[in-house]
Ligand binder design. Structure first.
Ligand SMILES: C[S@@+](CC[C@H](N)C(=O)[O-])C[C@H]1O[C@@H](n2cnc3c(N)ncnc32)[C@H](O)[C@@H]1O
Length: 225
């Protein structure tokens, strides 16, 4: 059955929830990634962005705000509308595009690659292990040199996060952080920085996918799809 991805966001409004803890961790690491990005333009890409609460909770007040252009890819039109409202309210309409599209297909966001900051939050609890592996392995090719990936995955048994961390390492990311709130098994946040040896997707508008290191087929499919 199709999950209600609008209602899913309600837990964010309860500060005691695992999801609120996770959001704070993601926002903190996102703020840090923007701060430490090299001087100049920063390209941010968020797949399955939902209402964009991570990005839009950080960007409006961040010192690098004017350097950032962001693409938020989200399939649910109600979440797209919500995120677009948040973008407009923050005065970021020229800088943040909320794209209603299937983020499982590289072609829908290929023009936004390579990303300096890539958010893969709220995906890995909803897709198969092989989809997670494929996405982690493709992530380096989606990131610019020294680009940062921020990902999440719950730690319910059997806890897959040790494997996911090793997949990102295999893909060419050095681990910056892994956060797991001890009492909250929903919370697992990984942060990696791309090492310089991995292939990078070439820059440029209108470039068709796939490019080096990116799979031609789907990255992932949500179980409820
Ligand atoms: C668990 S929520 C995470 C939202 C957001 N990233 C966050 O962490 O707050 C997953 C989101 O992915 C969206 N989604 C599911 N399948 C998708 C797909 N193939 N392409 C784009 N978005 C998708 C859902 O509509 C939902 O908003």
């Amino acid at each position: 059955m199709m999950r209600d991805w609008v209602a899913w966001h309600d837990s964010y409004d309860d500060p005691a929830s695992s999801l609120a803890t996770r959001l704070a961790l993601v926002q903190g690491h996102l703020a840090g990634a923007l701060t430490s990005a090299p001087a100049g333009p920063i390209r941010l890409l968020s797949l399955c962005a939902g209402q964009g609460r991570d990005v839009l909770g950080v960007l409006p007040g961040h010192a690098r705000r004017d350097d950032v252009t962001a693409v938020l890819v989200e399939a649910d039109p109600r979440n797209v509308a919500d995120a677009r409202r948040r973008v407009a309210d923050a005065g970021l309409a020229g800088a943040v595009e909320v794209r209603e599209a299937d983020a499982g297909l590289v072609a829908t966001f290929a023009d936004a690659l390579p990303a300096d900051v890539l958010l893969l939050c709220g995906i890995f609890g909803n897709v198969s292990d092989s989809d997670i592996h494929r996405t982690a392995m493709a992530a380096a090719a989606m990131c610019a040199a020294s680009g940062t990936v921020i990902w999440t995955r719950h730690r319910r048994e059997p806890d897959l996060t040790p494997a996911v961390r090793s997949w990102f390492a295999d893909a060419g990311f050095g681990e910056i952080a892994f956060e797991a709130a001890a009492t909250q098994t929903l919370t697992g946040v990984g942060v990696g920085r791309r090492r310089d040896t991995s292939p990078v997707a070439p820059r440029g508008p209108g470039r068709p996918a796939p490019s080096a290191g990116l799979p031609g087929g789907r990255l992932f499919t949500f179980r409820d799809a």
